[in-house]
Design a protein around this ligand. Sequence first.
Ligand code: ZN
Length: 226
Amino acid sequence: MIFRRIRAIFLIIVLILIFFNVFQRFSFLKGDFISSKKVIVIDPGHGGKDSGTISVNNHYEKDINLEIAKKLHEKLMSMDYKVILTRETDEFVDNNYRADMANEKKARIFVSIHGNAIENNNSINGIQVLYYPNRRSTINDSNNDVLAQIMLDELVKGTGATDKGIIGREDLIVLNQTKMPAIIVEYGFLSNENEEKLLLNDSYQDKVVASIVNGLEYYFSLNPEN
Ligand SMILES: [Zn+2]
């Protein structure tokens, strides 16, 4: 009798374990993503009433951000990542909303796309990557500066642009409110005429996109499932 009871309890425990295991695997039934591992949030900076910087020849940063972000979106989708854009059109999006969206979607990584500018100086050019130095992440990854450096190295290698370094920034909402590794790619200086020209060019944009993809793939290879 006692053995039967023990066996019954044992069976129940096994069934519960199987149930939870299966439920976890099929968590998309609850409307969640199957896994956050493949979710990438791409954030085209500015939009709508916020044009971002205006280039030497009056192109808006917000438009170039969106072009590059959409290409990146398309490329990553073709590689089976789940990619979410914080905006898909020329609309104003609050920075807190961008960070909240990434947190809600349990993004594996957050990449914000921006163009740079410097007032009264048209000679400065090159790529920078910004990161938050004190991430409160629960993901057991490399620190943000590692991601920023990998990304910068790939971008400099892939585009031939000047290396303007990685910069820790504590004051930027999309970096300090996101809970996952997050960076801002400053793809070039729109205040520099030559770089502006390159950034309006389709094939140069493709190089920027390919470099970001390489950076992400390399980063993921160093930080596999955890
Ligand atoms: Zn910007």
